[in-house]
Ligand binder design. Sequence first.
Ligand SMILES: CC(C)(COP(=O)(O)OP(=O)(O)OC[C@H]1O[C@@H](n2cnc3c(N)ncnc32)[C@H](O)[C@@H]1OP(=O)(O)O)[C@@H](O)C(=O)NCCC(=O)NCCS
Length: 203
Amino acid sequence: MWLEPALDIYVTAMDYPRGTEIHRAALWRDHISRPGWRAVGAVATVSPAEVRSPDWVRRRLSRPLAVADNEVLVGIAYGYRGARDQWWNQQLRIGLRQSGQPAAQVDEITRDYFELTELHVHPSAQGRGIGQWLLGRLLTGRTERSVLLSTPEIPAENNRAWSLYRRLGFVDVLRHFTFTGDPRPFAFLGRPLPLVPDDPGRR
Ligand SMILES: CC(C)(COP(=O)(O)OP(=O)(O)OC[C@H]1O[C@@H](n2cnc3c(N)ncnc32)[C@H](O)[C@@H]1OP(=O)(O)O)[C@@H](O)C(=O)NCCC(=O)NCCS
């Protein structure tokens, strides 16, 4: 029920071409069955007129997920427990080895972590702390030792994703890595869990 609105936020927030969500839907569905999967959404109430406008209608939530008829999804975050049989884990391990990390260190980094797979806030709702709230809620109570994520490299780390991750204490795990099949450079960032002492999930 939330998948279509969430994919709309993803495509809009990342400024990907329309249609990208069709390919992503199968992958996101597959992720739902992974051990330790958890998702958090942020919902806004809009006016009855707004909810019928083309921009909002794609993100409208239906009952029983929504408690009223004029609720739209504005943000989404999900992830799951990392494991060696996952493509992302394998890519990270390859990258760490290529960067000269010893095998024992690679094992240590990738042994017990939560993968932050997706975090997106619709542009109309960005800059109000929703991304931080989503991340805090997603990570609250996790049993893994750390959280790891990958994000596109941006000159001078100058976007909202980077400033959020740095503000919450994420540090470099691996920089300028290119995933198989994607020429863009990515950074892997991580931090220990829990998110204390200032855990935004508790606000
Ligand atoms: C990255 C992203 C999820 C961050 O979400 P966000 O809601 O925009 O960002 P934050 O939660 O960090 O919001 C912080 C801003 O809210 C403000 N704010 C207001 N109330 C706040 C509160 N209670 N707590 C924290 N920040 C608050 C801060 O001052 C800050 O403003 P600034 O960015 O102008 O400095 C979002 O910008 C996004 O979807 N970007 C595009 C997609 C993307 O890059 N995703 C990540 C890919 S890895």
